[in-house]
Design a protein around this ligand. Structure first.
Ligand code: AMP
Ligand code: MG
Length: 407
């Protein structure tokens, strides 16, 4: 049997390296910036008013007070968006709105609050000082300055910053594009009636969600029947229709039964099917799929039992997919916690991934639900995997175990 670590290496080798691509701002939230972004323009872009009021020469109003108000004519009106190319003549003011360009010759803003808000003449009952209420060009970010360093996971204010700099797109690490296939003649779409012997198909939506959760794109190819020719035909058709599929991810059809369609369709040549020393998730496959047109696409084949499929995704695919989309950052660390209850039995020679519940304070972990790989609800109600080493067959309460936090 192959070790978990060895199969992790084989699968990781199949995932393409991080690749920067320009993405429209509407699509970059949560993605990782792939290159440094340099400011093409300064922020603020030009000297502008921080208040509604009047653009003035500060010295004209240096001595204004309630007892001795200063009165001057309003020579122009500058709403936001106006070019403000008329210079301010001495002994006059321009009325100006917040965000509007400060005219040449003005060196301060006199806010409405210090005046009678006059339209023809303004009467100021308080002074203003040199530079008051002017937002200076470049005081936030100079043109040519570093706006944001590569490697940052993009949040709303980052997107605002790019937009303010006039950037319509920025380079992010491209999402891995995964073609998700579920096989099995017993599978039926949720929403349609079940016939005898049929079950609802659950792996494709679950694995698609797992791919999307780490930032990938998933395309589901569901209800592929247990027929080798049909399976290959449907994959070839999907590959022709979709551009840039980075990975084909199948579930089911890899165990020891009579109709193991995935194994039959891909075995030999460029894919291998092995037993991995783990529970759940023993039957696994990986390699490359050679399409009808001769091109090859990486392939990972997971077992069909829903818990096995989901645990296998966590163990083999999650970290390499994250690395491909986060620019190779190391995977998130696993933690250690003491068992709140004993583990009475664990198979000798197999690494066991029990579903578990990690206490809110993370101070202890309890195994949750039976070990069988069809207990999907137990998996849904758990929030972690408890990683029991292959050579361990039981553990007392209080023993420290490795925990994979799934929440
Ligand atoms: P297989 O490896 O194809 O023999 O599948 C193992 C078990 O998982 C069987 O009970 C299948 O019915 C079940 N199974 C396989 N694929 C799916 C799927 N996409 N959705 C739900 N159950 C599945
Ligand atoms: Mg099957």
């Amino acid at each position: 049997m192959r070790s978990v670590e060895e199969h992790q290496r084989r699968v990781a080798e199949l995932i393409r390296p991080p690749r920067p691509v320009p993405f429209q701002l509407a699509q970059v939230l949560g993605r990782v910036l792939a290159e440094d972004v340099i400011a093409p323009i300064p922020l603020p872009t030009f000297d502008n008013s921080a208040m509604d009021g009047y653009a003035v020469r500060a010295e004209d109003f240096a001595r204004a007070s309630a007892e001795r108000p200063v009165v001057l004519p309003v020579a122009a009106d500058i709403p936001a968006g106006s070019p403000a190319n008329v210079p301010l003549a001495p002994q006059s003011v321009h009325r100006i709105m917040t965000g509007a360009c400060v005219p040449p010759g003005a060196d301060a803003i006199l806010p409405f609050e210090s005046t009678d808000r006059g339209a023809e003449h303004v009467r100021a009952h308080a002074p203003t000082s040199l530079g008051a209420h002017i937002r200076r060009a470049g005081e936030d970010l100079a043109a040519g300055g570093l706006a944001l360093r590569a490697g940052v996971r993009l949040r709303a204010p980052h997107i605002g910053l790019f937009a303010a700099l006039g950037l319509a797109s920025v380079p992010v690490f491209a999402p891995v594009r995964v073609l998700i296939l579920s096989t099995g003649s017993e599978l039926v779409a949720p929403g349609s009636p079940l016939g005898p012997g049929q079950i609802y198909e659950s792996n494709a939506p679950m694995l698609a969600a797992a791919v999307e959760e780490v930032g990938g794109f998933a395309h589901q190819l569901r209800f592929v029947s247990d027929d080798v020719a049909q399976l290959r035909a449907r994959i070839d058709q999907a590959l022709a229709e979709l551009s840039d599929v980075d990975l084909i991810l199948t579930s089911g059809g890899v165990s020891a039964g009579e109709y193991e369609v995935v194994k039959q369709a891909f075995e030999g040549g460029e894919a291998e099917f092995v037993h991995v020393a783990m529970q759940p998730g023993k039957p696994q496959g990986c390699g490359r799929y050679r399409a009808a047109d001769g091109t090859t696409v990486p392939l990972v084949a997971l077992p069909g039992n829903p818990v096995s499929a989901q645990v296998s995704f966590e163990v083999f695919l999650r970290d390499p997919l994250i690395a491909a989309m986060d620019g190779g950052r190391p995977p998130r660390p696993k933690l250690r916690a003491p068992l709140a209850e004993p583990v009475l039995r664990s198979p000798s020679g197999k690494r066991q991934f029990l579903r578990g519940v990690l206490a809110e304070d993370r101070a202890s972990v309890s195994p949750f639900g039976p070990p069988g790989s069809h207990f999907l609800r137990s998996m849904a109600l758990s929030n972690c995997l408890v990683d029991i080493p292959a050579d361990v067959t039981s553990l007392p309460a209080g023993a420290e175990v490795a925990v994979w936090d799934l929440a």
